[in-house]
Write a new protein. Sequence first.
Length: 220
Amino acid sequence: GRPLVVAIDGPSGSGKSSVSKEVARRLRVAYLDTGAMYRAVTWDCLDRGLDLTDSALVEAAARALDLELSTSADHESVAVRGHDVTAEIREPRISQSVSAVATNLGVRNELIRRQRALIAVHGRRMVVEGRDITTVVARDAEVRLLLTASEEARMRRRGIQLGGTQTAEDLHQQVIERDLKDSTVASFSQAADGVYTVDSSDLDFEETVEAVLAVVHAAV
Ligand code: C5P
């Protein structure tokens, strides 16, 4: 088929992952969760006992990373050096450390290179989601959009996702503070030129998927 790269950026709790996955399914294209790649590097560094502030060592770990990542929206799996880390990379200890790894420019260069290679391998038919996809990784995407949501909506969704046992303070730490740390690596809070914005604050899941698909169909 024709190239169809759909680049989706947004903060945590915007519903980005579940929406991106469903959009990929309906468009019948591949799906790439770039956040899972930053999480996998973080898992690898912690597993090796590396000091995350040692930027040369962390960069070297990213370059050497033996990563197997599913690019199908129907099947989630992430393996590092043969260990299935699909569930572990979602744990709070990873979420708390991932920004330290993601601010390492050597790590970013390596992962951006791998992400572009994966897009090419899939014949440029892929939904790619993250923080810097519309601005860096796939500036040339057929469709670029920013999925936003109010702080309140994001904290509510993340709370539900984590099972509703979190205190408001925990949630704030996990959602707002991580985005603050991440804002130094990529500017995803405002849409760059030519990037559409979908605000999901007042939309349910199906409405958000339909809003994204409407942008895709209007653009191609
Ligand atoms: O999307 P997710 O919350 O899984 O991303 C985990 C982390 O990976 C983010 O908090 C951010 O530090 C980093 N990330 C990034 N650039 C991307 C995707 C994720 O820096 N394109």
